[in-house]
Design a protein around this ligand. Structure first.
Ligand code: UGA
Length: 432
């Protein structure tokens, strides 16, 4: 059992805190946001993450987790300090590490005579661990760069079943001590230096993004050559060298991680004159996906002004209520700009979709959103939309356009239900 401080009560921080408490540790979480801390003390989590409220409740009940706004309180007698603060993208693609620097300063200021090990979980500019090493050296604090690989919507599962744990440090004993904290999870451990650990996180996310853009580039070509992209990517995915993940064609990747991390890698490549073309192309393909559907709708309807359009989904992916850099939201905003009469529905995400004077109406069900719609767009891959009763959907609408932005509906079944189907790369003869 270790005493652990977690800095930052966001998605990653709360998941790590609750997970580390479940593993038997005593965890104190510090965040500067008073309202957040007050809610978390009552066991209330403001974002949707399956399994996390229950995990947190167990930690609170066993008195293994506390929340505070005081660094001094959180750091008192801590053996480890997990840093979990956001590093959003700046205009030029680099990562904004201002919150991280602030957290480091606060740790440096408040750490007492004990010398905890600093474990950095945030996705950071490469070089941060080495800078932190220098910053903390005179206080005897050791730094371990250990990027998180939690995926939203399955963060609890990812915490307890990690595919790998990366530990970058100059200090073998510190890395070993962190490895011990996770020994029960039996995950492969990669021991390395700070820069390699930091870069491996960016490289992993950039690769996932590249797979999505690759599938989307194949989708375009599939349309041109009369192939079905779903079947093509299935063929690819059966090769273990390629693997099945992140090959679903559609509206492209969004969220708070993939877009910013590819941009960060592109920025690094530009900065070091190391050919950024691949990463730039991944981002360009992704951007194109978002405008492509609007172009399809415009060529079908002529104008979208006054057209009633049901937008199913707001979250950047299924399993989360997160709408940050969501393709669904970007698409909705484009439709509002074209004066479409937009009605949105998402089973979990809540967002007032507004663009200038235009505002989307909100429905309480998918069929409610589709009532009298000229077109329905599936923009998030929620199972509820994949399994929607197509005849009931068609019956609710006045038009017959179904836009499958996530490749979750069989084009054949859609046509059989009376729809004109628009999707990505699924018009080929092989499309079922
Ligand atoms: C991503 C990584 O998957 C995690 O491993 C990583 O830890 C996390 O970022 C992070 O850096 O913290 P996440 O942002 O939760 O996780 O989302 P993903 O599941 O990777 O999906 C990203 C986007 O790609 C979503 O918009 C999703 O709809 C899209 N996507 C995914 C596709 O368009 N096609 C696919 O086949 C898969």
């Amino acid at each position: 059992m270790a005493k652990i401080a977690v800095v930052g009560a966001g998605h990653v921080g709360v998941t790590y805190a609750a997970g580390l408490a479940e593993l038997g540790n005593v965890v104190r979480v510090v965040d500067i946001d008073r309202a957040k801390v007050a809610r978390l003390k009552r066991g209330q989590i403001w974002f949707y993450e399956p399994g996390l409220p229950e995990l947190l409740a167990r930690g609170l009940k066993r008195r293994r987790i506390t929340f505070t706004t005081s660094y001094a309180e959180a750091l008192s007698r801590a053996e480890f300090v997990f840093v979990c603060v956001p590093t959003p993208s700046t205009g030029d693609g680099s990562l904004d590490d201002s919150k991280l620097r602030l957290a480091f300063d606060m740790i440096r200021k408040h750490v007492a005579e004990e010398a905890p090990i600093i474990v950095n979980k945030s996705t950071v500019p490469v070089g941060t661990g080495d800078i932190a090493d220098k910053l903390f050296a005179d206080a005897g604090l050791r730094v371990v760069s250990s990027p998180e690989f939690l995926s939203e919507g399955r963060a609890v599962e990812d915490f307890f079943h990690p595919q790998r744990i990366v530990l970058g440090s100059r200090d073998d004993a510190a890395a070993e001590a962190v490895a011990k904290l996770f020994a029960a999870l039996r995950a492969p451990i990669v021991r390395t230096d700070n820069a390699t650990a930091e870069f491996s996180k960016l490289a992993a996310n950039a690769f996932l993004a590249m797979k999505v853009s690759y599938a989307n580039a194949l989708a375009r070509l599939s349309e041109a050559v009369g192939a079905d992209v779903e079947a093509v990517t299935r063929v690819l995915s059966l090769d273990p060298r390629i693997g099945p993940g992140h090959l679903r064609a559609g509206l492209g990747f969004g969220g708070s991680c993939l877009p910013k991390d590819v941009a960060a890698v592109e920025h690094l490549a530009r900065k070091h004159d190391a050919n950024p073309d691949l990463f730039g192309a991944v981002l360009r393909v992704n951007r194109d996906q978002r405008s492509r559907l609007v172009d399809d709708l415009l060529s079908h309807f002529g104008s979208l002004a006054g057209r009633r359009i049901a937008l199913l989904g707001l979250a950047f992916k299924a399993g989360t209520d997160d709408t940050r850099d969501s393709a669904a939201v970007a698409l909705g905003e484009q439709l509002l700009a074209l004066h479409a009469d937009l009605v949105v529905y998402d089973p979990v995400a809540r967002l007032d979709l507004v663009n200038g004077d235009e505002r989307a109406a909100v429905a309480r069900s998918a069929l409610g959103a589709a009532r009298r719609a000229d077109a329905t767009i599936i923009a998030t891959e929620w199972p509820e939309f994949a399994g929607i009763d197509l005849l009931a959907l068609r019956g609710a609408m006045r038009g017959n356009v179904l836009v499958d932005g996530r490749g979750v509906i069989s084009p054949g079944a859609a046509r059989a239900a009376g729809f004109e189907y628009f999707g990505f790369g699924r018009g080929g003869n092989g499309s079922a």
